[in-house]
Design a binder for this molecule. Structure first.
Ligand code: AMP
Length: 459
């Protein structure tokens, strides 16, 4: 089948041609005709299957055929995503596929100042991609409403549940208008997810694409048994020995991810970490560096890496095995994307052997057991020390720029002022800072009385 057979509007076909997409993927073939008819859809599919275009293309087609002004402080389409990275990625897809249409796309998520988002949403937006928490913040501040939503998409529902978004989702369900089209996607569909789907969907058509355990057939999967304490030495060796273009290294904890990065840095290997404790700016910078190939190694926890679509990942290294087999499938699905081959290497400590068994049962694939490399004992003995932990909060590029800007302004100020005044201006009791200001700042707060006494010189 060709995209032109689906009856999509001309500007969309033009955008697809520009991206050199000729044929729809299986999820797109199944979902697009149903969605073009305006029906609700429940899809079992994971990132990497072309799921984003499966919901973006028919929605854009709807906009092309039903032009309308955007509702003030509202949107015509709302897409919910569990993570910031995925939200940004989805918004970018809408911009790409809709580049020949005049549509506004806005992405809103936490971890960044809210005011800019409030301003952007005020005029009304065609497509808003949001994480649930920030969306509700905006609604609670009366800066945004979802009552005009015509198309609603809930993406990665199972991860939403894992991340504890159930109550926000229930609230959002109540705030949506009754008359709308609903799309619901999840990688798995256990009972609780089905119950959640029932809250959003009306008589949905169900589509499902092959679970990734079969799509991951192009991934060469291997495992090595190794003591937990010796995994870092094995990682260093693996990185040096394998022909890595780009590798995603998974750890179970955020702390573990930072530790791995510091040990790699100690060995002179450049890597960046991405996890929930990093600021949004740090996460974006790390992901960009990895995407553009400036850094070949990205060390991640599952939550942060979910939904990340980076092409050219040649290796996935499980520094620790996940205790849920589906998560393993998800991790190794980060490689071998878009028809490429990939390698998944798992380091298995003694207490992780049951996880390995569960993974093999789920995927119906026996992992190749690879022995420890010959020079392993030596590598363990000579493992370079971890790079020292950075003191204080790491500065983001924006923070660094702001700081440099502040310093520059201070220096300029010093140059312009007659000798002596710059110094005074920076003394708390200097002439440039009248006591009156101190008094005002203290008014009503702790020490207000003291300020008043100082000002009046006592009663
Ligand atoms: P997704 O599952 O939406 O994250 O998509 C996975 C990757 O496949 C993304 O990089 C898409 O740009 C790409 N993609 C989606 N649909 C197609 C298609 N029909 N042909 C080629 N690539 C596609």
């Amino acid at each position: 089948m060709h995209f032109t057979d689906l009856g999509l509007a001309e500007p969309i076909l033009k955008a697809l041609a520009a991206k050199k997409y000729a044929n729809p993927t299986p999820i797109q073939t199944q979902a697009i005709p149903v969605l073009l008819q305006g029906k609700d859809l429940c899809g079992i599919a994971q990132t990497g299957t072309g799921k984003t275009a499966a919901f973006a293309l028919p929605s854009l087609d709807y906009f092309a055929r039903n032009p309308k002004p955007t509702p003030l402080q509202g949107c015509r389409m709302l897409v919910l995503s569990p993570t910031r990275e995925l939200a940004a990625q989805i918004a970018q897809s809408f911009r790409d596929y809709g580049r020949f249409m005049k549509l506004s796309v806005e992405v809103v998520f936490g971890g960044v100042p809210i005011n800019k988002q409030i301003r952007a949403l005020g005029r009304g937006i065609d497509i808003v991609v949001a994480t649930p928490g920030r969306l509700l913040d905006l609604i609670d501040q009366r800066a945004f409403t979802i009552k005009d939503t015509e198309i609603f998409v809930l993406d990665e529902a199972d991860q939403m549940m894992d991340m504890g978004f159930i109550h926000p989702l229930k609230r959002i369900a109540k705030l949506l208008p009754k008359d709308r089209q609903n799309l619901f996607f999840s990688a798995t569909m256990p009972g609780e997810i089905e119950a959640l789907a029932a809250q959003f969907l009306h008589d949905p058509v169900k589509v499902s694409v092959a679970p990734q355990s079969t799509t991951a057939e192009r991934v060469r999967q291997q495992a090595t048994f190794v003591n937990q304490a010796e995994k870092q030495a094995l990682l260093n060796l693996t990185i040096r020995n394998e022909p890595i273009d780009r590798a995603l290294i998974f750890t179970r904890t955020k702390h573990g991810a930072d530790r791995v990065v510091r040990f790699l840095e100690g060995a002179g290997i450049q890597a960046v970490a991405i996890h929930g404790n990093k600021s949004q700016a740090q996460r974006t910078t790390a992901l960009q560096a990895f995407r553009h190939g400036h850094v070949k190694l990205l060390v991640a926890t599952d939550i942060a890496a979910r939904g990340i679509d980076v092409s050219g990942v040649s290796h996935v290294i499980n520094f620790e095995l996940p205790n849920v087999p589906e998560q393993y499938v998800h991790r190794i699905g980060r490689t071998a994307r878009a028809g490429a081959e990939g390698v998944a290497i798992s380091f298995v400590a003694d207490d992780e052997r049951p996880y390995l068994k569960a993974i093999e049962r789920t995927t119906k694939v026996k992992l190749d057991i690879v022995p420890l490399p010959e020079n392993f004992v030596e590598a363990v003995r000579n493992l370079p020390k971890a790079a020292p932990q950075r003191k204080g909060r790491e500065q983001t590029p924006e923070q660094k720029a702001r700081r440099a800007d502040g310093q520059r302004r201070y220096q300029d100020q010093q140059k312009q002022q007659p000798r002596g005044t710059a110094e005074r201006a920076h003394r708390p009791d200097g002439d440039a800072k009248p006591a009156k200001k101190n008094f005002r700042r203290n008014r009503g707060g702790v020490g207000a009385h003291k300020g008043a006494v100082q000002k009046t010189g006592g009663r």
